[in-house]
Design a protein around this ligand. Structure first.
Ligand code: ZN
Length: 73
């Protein structure tokens, strides 16, 4: 699956090199990766933290959930 820099990373499996293009969807700043479980360079579980927003985006089953809070149900 091609990865769009426009932000279609939501369905992309989380790899460590994705950190280069992932940014906070709210403030567009870079995110801090916390790895709870990984396999090679793929992050199975963990989180992406935005210091500015003080918000933590979860990574579950290798999928980063970068939806802003107000869009999550
Ligand atoms: Zn932010």
């Amino acid at each position: 699956m091609a990865l769009s820099k426009e932000g279609n990373a939501l369905v992309e499996r989380m790899k460590k090199d994705l950190m280069d293009i992932l940014a906070c969807p709210i403030c567009k700043r870079e995110l801090e990766l916390t790895v709870d479980e990984d396999k090679g360079d793929e992050i199975i579980a963990g989180s992406l933290y935005c210091k500015k927003c003080d918000y933590r985006y979860p990574i579950m089953d290798s999928i980063p959930n970068l939806l802003p809070l107000e869009l999550q149900e």
